[in-house]
Design a protein around this ligand. Sequence first.
Ligand SMILES: Cc1cc2nc3c(=O)[nH]c(=O)nc-3n(C[C@H](O)[C@H](O)[C@H](O)COP(=O)(O)O)c2cc1C
Length: 398
Amino acid sequence: MWTGRRVVLGVSGGIACYKSCTLARRLTEAGAQVDVILTRGAAEFVRPLTFEALTGRPALGSLWEPGGALSHIRLGQQADLVLVAPATAHLIARMAQGLADDLLTTLLLASTAPVLLAPAMNDEMFAHLQTRANLERLRARGVSVVGPDVGALAEGPSERPGRMSEPETILAHAARAVRGRGPFSGRRVVVTAGPTRESIDPVRVVTNRSSGKMGYRVAEAAWERGADVVLVSGPVALPAPVGVRLRRVETTRELEDAVREELPETDVLVMAAAPADFRPSDPSDRKRARVDGALAIPMEPTDDILGATRGLRKQGSITVGFALETGDALAKGRAKLERKDLDLIVVNDALEPGAGFEVDTNRVALLGRDGAARILPLQTKREVAEAILDAVELSLGR
Ligand SMILES: Cc1cc2nc3c(=O)[nH]c(=O)nc-3n(C[C@H](O)[C@H](O)[C@H](O)COP(=O)(O)O)c2cc1C
């Protein structure tokens, strides 16, 4: 998403400046044009040369350098985002007052781009009523803020907020600050992901190979687009995406209960989970002993979640299903779309190389209500997630 975007990275004088180097690097690698502006304090911590080497562009500090203020104010006006990380107590105070006593604060006043601050300071400084009031004032003006987190500070351990958020978290918020004002803004999106697990006995389960990757990427991308996202996840080994509310479930019944609870307030439901279709009908409460010869475990069907919750859908909401098939995927997907009253179905064939469970890529077709099929090339699951949300966005905009 960063390709061709312009980011001004403002760096003020806190010890967390060293993490700004990672931010500059990551944004540049992702394709952004990054212009770094340091306060005088920041230049005491990290030399501008470091940022120049990382971004391939001059890092700026003074309002008074030849060519200075005017061209750099233009940078602020052309930017897609002004990210200030770290934002010191002093910088936050200057912004709240509307001061323009150096290049960064002057640019911040002259820019109409979205602004994201990553405060970083001693925990007492952050708790100070003046700092709180300054941040509130900035928030009221539409400035976004990420963190600070609780954790170790340069001066020692702390159990109160003050530490700058990690670069990964800041980058996710930066993406949302840039992209989050479109049709998904303020919408409630519920995504289900991963497998479910059904007990055979207290130690054994029936499950499937779903890794959850597809649903997690959809949740992440929807949050970046400004949605309020709930991710209902079966047992997977993935970290929670930044910003989303994670509800962990284990069985198909728990998954259905969570969907039931969320559905009345949901604008977009994306059912990327792979719930078990069958469960042992009589799970044992003791571990089953080993037997010689064949073992038969009687199974019963689980509820069809989309069918059972259809009546709870909010009017005008959009429902996206997935069909993972092994052969004849398009025809089976089309039938499922109709049977389950879906707006969109994402169809893939588990037998195709690079598609389906466990891998990081997917090759899918998107089928809409109108019967048209869009066959997408082999892409990363993140790219597939974006394509799915593009298709949903068309309906949301209507
Ligand atoms: C070693 C050292 C570490 C500092 N760390 C922070 C910090 O993490 N957060 C902060 O708000 N101020 C910190 N300060 C104080 C700021 O550098 C000081 O308030 C300065 O005026 C900030 O100016 P600036 O916001 O224009 O960069 C630190 C100062 C020193 C000497």
